[in-house]
Design a protein around this ligand. Structure first.
Ligand SMILES: COc1nc(N)nc2c1ncn2[C@H]1C[C@H](O)[C@@H](COP(=O)(O)OP(=O)(O)OP(=O)(O)O)O1
Length: 192
């Protein structure tokens, strides 16, 4: 089953994801949200960005996918570099296609991290802090966070598309995808 949520009636084109114009300046990123259920409280670790893009905003931990690196490897590396944690289980929960009217585009692969080990440490880039999932700092996060974090928190796989004019999302679509019927990677391998 697929559910669509749209801000506008006009459908989003896939400009940034697929067209020649959109692929110019396209960048691939990961973002990771570590979860904890310590003392019966469902919490997520966010980082306050200390420099560069998104400075002063709370976000998950992530960055650009390096050449020769898989998305999963990038997610584990960025988590460790930015907040000191390691995860025994990283769950790929969704993908965000972000495009600007100038044709530049960014694709962000979103993960939740579980089975955490290590000590939470502040890095050059991020100041980490635990938040109750019911009390997230949407007023000090990217403006589109309130549109997709609730879906990410629900655990349903999602495909989100945003079109920005400067930093404001002017069009968005969030598709929740039931992936339970898809073959696992092991069964795909068995089928060649
Ligand atoms: C609207 O723009 C954004 N929205 C959201 N939700 N997240 C964004 C947006 N722009 C960037 N991000 C995320 C994607 C990544 O998780 C980080 C990017 O971090 P950064 O630019 O610092 O990437 P690094 O590879 O760490 O960069 P350097 O090592 O070169 O500093 O933010």
């Amino acid at each position: 089953m697929t559910t669509l949520e749209k801000t506008k009636e006009a459908p989003l084109d896939d400009a940034g994801a697929t067209t020649a114009a959109g692929s110019i300046g396209k960048r691939y990123y990961t973002v990771v949200f570590p979860f904890s259920n310590a003392e019966g409280r469902r919490q997520v670790l966010l980082g306050l960005k200390k420099r560069g893009m998104g400075e002063g905003l709370w976000n998950g931990f992530g960055g650009k996918v390096e050449p020769q690196e898989s998305f999963d490897e990038c997610a584990h590396r960025e988590l460790k570099e930015e907040c000191g944690l390691e995860a025994s289980h990283m769950r790929y929960v969704g993908v965000l296609y972000m495009t600007r009217k100038d044709g530049s585009a960014m694709t962000i692969y979103a993960y939740t991290a579980h089975g955490l080990s290590g000590a939470v440490e502040e890095s050059d880039e991020m100041k980490p802090q635990w938040f109750d999932v019911a009390d997230l700092p949407y007023n000090q996060a990217y403006s589109e966070a309130r549109l997709w974090w609730p879906t990410m928190l629900s655990g349903e796989f999602f495909i989100a598309r945003f079109v920005f004019s400067f930093s404001a999302p002017i069009k968005h679509q969030i598709e929740r995808v039931d992936v339970s019927h898809l073959p696992s990677s092991s069964s795909r391998n068995l089928n060649g």
